[in-house]
Design a protein around this ligand. Structure first.
Ligand SMILES: Cc1cc2nc3c(=O)[nH]c(=O)nc-3n(C[C@H](O)[C@H](O)[C@H](O)COP(=O)(O)OP(=O)(O)OC[C@H]3O[C@@H](n4cnc5c(N)ncnc54)[C@H](O)[C@@H]3O)c2cc1C
Length: 308
């Protein structure tokens, strides 16, 4: 019979690798299965400057260090896999890959992460990290004294626009509707900030630049009139997409497609935990993913002790 691991982790981003470090260090046989490159969003991040104890580093370097640490404790990692089927109920949790391989464990930790929603317009991929950002906490200070735009009209967009005024000389909020979908206090805070201007009923159509972003093409929706505006940076806050499509009928999700967990990070299925950007939370950072991964691994460890 194939090996039944103690812990099977789905996703090797910051949350999954941390869970792998804790589980394998606790001498639980641990397997991480990862769809893409190990490291998740960390490897998409040029510079990480806010991970405590680590001076500014490139995302892939931090990811590789976490991977090495997990492997040194005995954690097995299989990347570039694709899961076809999940069986997470019952005492043995198992998955079948598209290539036919099957893996099982006594507990499972789901850490599939997610991605900020993109606008999907020309130039967005080209200038991502070169003027286009999806994270004010991560990239705000690169725009000290610059003129930037914030795209979106929800709480995140308005709150992050206010926080970006600490760095930028001017922040223009561009929103597709004539009203915001945010709490009144967030709207008032943005409106009363002298550094913030608003362009309503408008959508970006393209990003343009040379080495880095220089300008955007924008359509005023009621008139259809196109214009060009110069910005040093554009922050996009139009929603977040957890990578939970493949498990939506397996564990309980909320209406934002995030995996519901209790304070021990346990899902609705006993012995199945979730951690990182895929669970409901306000702040999605490497530090918060690492914290969730820690809790999930320690909870799985307690569960393993209890089932004997
Ligand atoms: C451009 C950018 C810049 C950022 N900058 C910073 C920063 O400077 N500082 C900071 O603290 N945070 C930053 N963040 C946020 C931070 O990177 C994330 O919050 C954190 O890395 C999330 O970790 P995670 O493990 O929850 O998920 P992820 O990093 O998303 O990892 C999930 C992993 O699971 C895999 N996966 C998904 N579905 C499956 C499946 N079905 N089966 C198997 N594997 C699967 C994915 O391929 C991925 O490898 C940034 C994010 C972005 C996008």
């Amino acid at each position: 019979m194939d090996e039944v691991f103690d812990v099977m982790i789905i996703g090797a981003g910051a949350a999954g690798l941390t869970a792998g470090i804790y589980s394998s260090r606790a001498k639980h046989s641990t397997l991480i299965l990862n769809e893409g490159a190990v490291g998740g969003q960390m490897v998409l991040t040029n510079e990480i400057a806010n991970y405590p104890g680590v001076e500014t580093t490139q995302g892939y370097v931090l990811a590789n260090t976490m991977k090495k640490q997990a492997k040194e404790f005995g954690c097995k990692i299989k990347s570039n896999i694709s899961i076809k089927e999940y069986q997470l109920n019952g005492p043995v949790k198992s998955v079948e890959l598209k290539d036919g391989r099957k893996f099982s464990a006594k507990t499972a930790i789901l850490t599939p992460g997610g991605m900020p929603r993109a606008l999907n317009i020309p130039g967005e991929i080209e200038f991502k990290g070169k003027g286009i950002s999806y994270c004010a906490t991560c990239d705000g200070d690169f725009f000290e004294g610059k003129e930037i735009a914030v795209i979106g009209g929800g709480n995140s967009a308005l709150e992050e626009a206010v926080s970006l005024t600490k760095y930028a000389s001017k922040v223009t909020i561009i929103h597709q509707f004539d009203h915001f979908q945010a709490f009144e206090h967030a709207i008032q805070e943005a409106k009363s900030n002298p550094k913030i201007e608003f362009i309503m009923e408008s959508e970006l159509r393209a990003f343009e630049g040379t080495e880095s972003l220089k300008k955007v093409k924008m359509e005023h929706l009621p008139s259809g009139k196109m214009s060009e505006l110069d910005f040093d940076g554009v922050f996009i806050f139009v929603g977040y997409m957890p990578n939970t499509g493949s498990i939506k009928n397996i564990v309980k999700l909320n209406d934002r497609q995030e995996i519901l967990v209790d304070e021990d990070k346990q899902t609705n299925i006993p012995g199945v935990y979730a951690a990182g950007d895929c669970i409901p939370k306000k702040y999605r950072q490497v530090t918060t993913a690492v914290a969730d991964g820690t809790i999930a691994a320690l909870s799985a460890s307690t569960y393993l002790r209890e089932i004997g």
